[in-house]
Design a protein around this ligand. Structure first.
Ligand code: SAM
Length: 272
């Protein structure tokens, strides 16, 4: 195998911080635990730091999606002798993951993600439903804390509710800036997202649920009584066994779904 190209200058606009720490790399690969027969997809392979061990562990089958076209020739050279290695050149945000899955096994998605696209990309993947079996991502530590937050805690917000509505979230371990070249300014962390096979608390109208959540967290200091004025009154909240004096950041996923399902049953599908 040829070594990685030494001449590529990391590009800020593509969020390029390349992993260099072999201990961190093998810890990530162990956390993913690829098996022969897995349909593994890596987003942003860069110079192949994770790609090589993932490919090996998955028995020579791996698909990658890379936006920076200057990195593609290096990947082709590095993995020229791996027929099960497939490169999709382009923006992962525009990939139709349901179509990529096709009739095959659900996808296992892995990536040391560019921080500027991590939230929209996770939302995009959550919207792909059962096309995705699980995801392992390196993200800014703050984003992992928001994904894995608990109701009532300081990090609980829209992203936490959306992620935990769809998935089980496991914050795995942190990664220091020294593990990368160039070093990012912030700490990073690895998170595992495992979409639920069957939603524990299903919303009748998911659009309405997420509109409600957005409205609720728009004014997180207000009580629900004031915050959801015009949508639901205090007496109805009480009938749903939710104290109208609570603040939105104390509500669990199940409680948000309870309110949304009441509104959906009452025929309130759109913003008031
Ligand atoms: N996986 C490599 C590693 O760990 O060293 C590179 C990680 S680097 C933080 C992010 C990678 O994602 C870069 O290779 C970058 O070019 C690529 N990238 C950036 N935006 C992307 C997008 N929208 N779709 C696919 N890849 C993207």
């Amino acid at each position: 195998m040829a070594s990685r190209s030494p001449v590529h200058r990391a590009r800020k606009r593509f969020g390029q911080n390349f992993l260099r720490d072999p201990g961190v790399i093998s810890r990530i690969v162990r956390a993913v635990g690829p098996r022969v027969g897995d349909r593994l997809v890596e987003i942003g392979p860069g110079q192949g730091a994770l790609t090589e061990p993932l490919l090996e562990a998955a028995g020579g089958h791996l698909e990658v999606i890379e936006l920076d076209r200057d990195l593609i020739p290096g990947l082709r050279v590095q993995f020229f002798d791996k027929p099960g290695f497939v490169i999709h050149e382009g923006d992962a945000l525009k990939v139709d993951f349901r179509a990529l899955r096709g009739d095959g096994a659900a996808l296992r998605v892995v990536g040391n993600l560019p921080y500027n696209i991590s939230t929209p990309l996770i939302v995009h993947l959550l919207e792909a439903g059962d096309a995705v079996a699980d995801m392992h991502f390196m993200l800014q530590k703050e984003v992992v804390e928001r994904l894995a937050a608990v109701p009532g805690g300081p990090d609980w917000g829209r992203l936490s509710v959306m992620a935990q509505y769809h998935c089980r979230v496991d914050a795995l371990f942190t990664v220091p800036p020294e593990a990368f070249v160039p070093r990012p300014r912030v700490e990073s962390a690895i998170v595992r997202l495992t979409p639920h096979h069957a939603l524990p608390h299903a919303a009748r109208d998911e659009g309405l649920l997420f509109t409600l959540v957005r409205e609720a967290f728009g004014q997180r200091r207000k009580t629900l009584r004031n915050n959801l004025k015009g949508r639901i009154d205090a007496a109805t909240l009480e009938s749903l066994e939710i104290d109208p004096g609570r603040r939105p950041q104390t509500l669990s996923v199940e409680e948000f779904v309870r309110i949304a399902n009441h509104l959906a049953a009452a025929g309130q599908g759109e913003a008031p």
